[in-house]
Design a protein around this ligand. Structure first.
Ligand code: SAH
Ligand code: SF4
Length: 347
């Protein structure tokens, strides 16, 4: 892969430049784009390109893919969890979920994460590297290939902080929504951020009709800074201001994620404080009963506590639902498979 360029991350207009530099007519760009987006990983299979040109491409470019290493299928529902190896031996995870409205893939945007949230398995070892746009895209393709289904929705909620890998994430959005590619509409894509405020503003400027999800997890700085290091840089007030600005520019509601952790952020007082802060905002709160991670000792409250928390918010007019747990038997919380793989590798 040394010195070769990542052709699968290129958009049609960039490919046009490439084919012209290689002495080919412009329409070849569209042909190559379609092959790449249909999942072809070998230039030799691009049968409508001249033979010499295929070789020329192979000398200058590589086609990214993910290699399936582990596959866990839930027996409770249709959820499948995947562990993939990348070309440099790194590992990432994705999850395929089956909802009434279709299949959703949850993709990773980084190997590891440098945000270091205390409840999350993905950040325990820090960031190894960013994923390329083609590596994010390949996770969606691989899930379709594995299950033989058409994926209708994508959530950027796997390993990593998408706004900490901004350019590759935006490029992925452009690729996956392209009409000549997978053609998954931006309205069917959600991006989750831990609250990287400058990234929220940058995204706002791009006016992409995706759904923005913000991992809030606490009603105030005292609790949030303990759970999320990022809050020490951009606190709750700064983050909520960015959210209000985003809603004003974008016109669509934001979704707030709130991982409910026993004894940390699940009290009635927390619910009331949260309601007061979010009241009147065009938003929706998604309560996620916390997934226990062995390394941190955080526990999930019982269902009655979570229901009560939701009720307090709804009573104040803050639209709240509890996320249904999918794949409970395969421990679908992201970051855990990769750590397990790393431990097995050491053994
Ligand atoms: N880095 C981004 C997106 C990936 S994490 C972000 O933090 O938003 C996707 C969601 O899973 C986030 O809301 C995150 O806070 C949540 N999450 C991480 N670990 C969790 C755990 N152990 N239990 C419940 N939710 C968790
Ligand atoms: Fe990174 Fe998100 Fe995990 Fe925080 S919750 S460590 S931002 S992946």
């Amino acid at each position: 892969m040394e010195n070769k360029k990542d052709v699968k991350s290129m958009l049609p207009q960039e490919l046009e430049q490439v084919v012209q530099e290689l002495g080919q007519p412009r329409f070849r760009a569209g042909q190559i784009f379609k092959w790449l987006q249909s999942g072809v990983t070998d230039f030799e299979k691009m049968s409508n390109l001249p033979k010499g040109f295929r070789q020329n491409l192979g000398n200058n470019f590589y086609i990214a893919d993910v290699i399936l290493k582990k596959r866990l299928e839930s027996t409770l529902d249709d959820t499948v969890k995947y562990l993939y190896m990348l070309h440099d031996g790194q590992y990432v995870e994705s999850v395929l979920m089956h909802y009434k409205h279709g299949y959703t893939v949850c993709v990773s945007t980084q190997v590891g994460c440098r945000m270091g949230c205390s409840f999350c398995a993905s950040g325990l070892d820090g960031l190894a590297r960013n994923l390329t746009a083609s590596e994010i895209l390949s996770q969606v393709m691989a899930a379709e290939r594995d299950k033989g289904v058409r994926v209708s929705n994508v959530v950027l909620m796997g390993m990593g902080e998408p706004l900490d890998n901004f350019d590759n994430t935006v490029r992925f959005l452009d690729l996956v929504s392209h009409p000549d590619g997978m053609n998954i509409g931006l309205r069917h894509i959600s991006l989750s951020t831990s609250g990287v405020v400058p990234g929220i503003y940058k995204l706002m400027e791009l006016r992409k009709p995706i759904t923005l999800s913000v991992s809030l997890h606490a009603p105030n700085d005292q609790i949030r800074s303990r759970m999320m290091r990022v809050n020490r840089k951009w606190n709750v007030e700064t983050l909520l201001k960015a959210c209000r600005d985003y809603i004003a520019a974008d016109g669509r509601r934001i979704s707030f994620e709130y991982a409910v952790v026993e004894g940390v952020n699940d009290s009635d007082a927390c619910a009331r404080e949260l309601a007061a802060r979010l009241k009147g905002m065009l938003c929706h709160v998604n309560l996620i009963p916390a997934n226990p991670v062995a390394e941190n000792g955080y526990r999930r409250p019982n269902a009655a506590r979570v229901a009560r928390f939701a009720e307090l918010l709804n009573r104040e007019g803050v639209n709240t639902t509890v996320r249904r747990t999918l794949g409970a038997d395969i421990n679908a919380s992201c970051g855990q498979l990769r750590r397990q793989q790393a431990r097995e590798g050491e053994a």
